[in-house]
Design a protein around this ligand. Structure first.
Ligand SMILES: [Mg+2]
Length: 329
């Protein structure tokens, strides 16, 4: 056997040119700047090899590309797209030692916002992906109805009326009263009745509620900087659950009161739970979304947190609101 492969292996450890990024890009996202040129230039500036470009497709929104990137042994996989692309790439990277970088090209960019990754500065986001500090975050596995395979989310999942409604929220009102605007959007959008729902927390005896919405959160913030789960941390191995149950003539007012009290007090209009797993059954199929992507309807979902399963690149020196600790040691 020749000694040449050994020499190459040695070079791989010492030569910075051997470092390489893969970029899983959603080609349907239109940008003002030439993203490919920016990434190519940043890699070249850092002394990295030319990046591996992989485009997502309608029938494979990121998983296959992330798997290919792992097979090629790249040093970081950058998800260039919206939260959907991030979710698909993260599903493959979780449980591996290969870190995820974020190049936000979507409108929500929920995970990036929670981690303070720049959402309107592509060059800054690319720099962060290549040379940022590395942290481990939790991912949440989700099984929907009778599905055999589990999916993951990184920010939040919602069954019933939930944060998808944020898109229709009156922005001026939201600035003034925060949560009230969220509820206002719900009242205007989704007339209808609460649905009988059972919830089992950490495998415990199911509790029964009449709910409009159940949300699972891995971190606290959704669109507009609203904190759905106050104090939720993305690396504590805990899943946050919130339920909303308007009832009676003053139903939504009770929900508002519950939100303002952050679930404390006697009422069950708003309840919060922290757990490692949760199972939820609704009597009637409900709208279902993960990380802002509407994924049809479901009547049964189970969620399980996988603590610190995903390595992720974050900006240096940012005190991260989702983690609440300074990433700098
Ligand atoms: Mg948590």
């Amino acid at each position: 056997m020749s000694s040449q492969p050994q020499a190459q292996d040695l070079a791989a450890e010492t030569d910075p040119v051997s470092r390489r990024a893969a970029v899983v890009i959603n080609p349907t996202k239109k940008t003002d700047v030439d993203i490919r040129a920016l990434v190519d230039e940043a890699c070249s500036d850092e002394g990295w090899a030319a990046p591996l470009w992989l485009e997502t497709q309608v029938d494979d929104p990121g998983q296959g590309m992330a798997r290919q990137a792992l097979e090629e042994g790249v040093d970081v996989v950058i998800a260039a797209g919206g939260d959907g692309t991030v979710r698909c790439v993260a599903a493959e990277l979780s449980g591996t030692d290969t870190p995820l970088g974020l190049l936000p090209l979507g409108t929500g960019n929920l995970l990036a916002r929670n981690l303070d990754v720049p959402v309107d500065d592509p060059a800054g986001a690319i720099r962060t992906a290549l040379t940022g500090t590395e942290r481990r975050i939790d991912v949440v596995h989700v099984k929907v109805d009778e599905a055999v395979d589990s999916d993951i989310f990184l920010v939040m999942a919602g069954l019933g009326y939930d944060a998808v409604m944020m898109g229709d929220t009156n922005t001026a009102l939201k600035d003034r009263v925060g949560w009230l605007a969220y509820v206002d959007a719900g009242i205007r959008n989704l007339p209808g009745k609460p649905v009988r729902t059972m919830i089992s927390i950490d495998g415990g005896t199911p509790i029964q509620r009449r709910l409009r919405s159940v949300m699972g959160g891995n971190c606290g913030k959704i669109v507009g900087g609203l904190e759905v789960f106050p104090g939720a941390r993305i690396d504590d191995g805990l899943l946050d659950i919130m339920t909303m149950a308007p009832k009676g003539g003053l139903g939504w007012l009770n929900v508002v009161a519950g939100l303002l009290r952050r679930g404390k007090g006697r009422g069950t209009a708003v309840e919060y739970f922290q757990c490692r797993s949760a199972e939820i059954w609704a009597d009637v199929p409900q709208d279902f979304e993960m990380d802002g992507d509407h994924l049809g309807t479901a009547s049964r979902i189970s969620m399980r947190v996988d603590p610190q399963a995903l390595r992720i690149r974050m900006p240096y020196g940012k005190k991260d609101p989702a983690i609440l600790t300074n990433p700098e040691p």
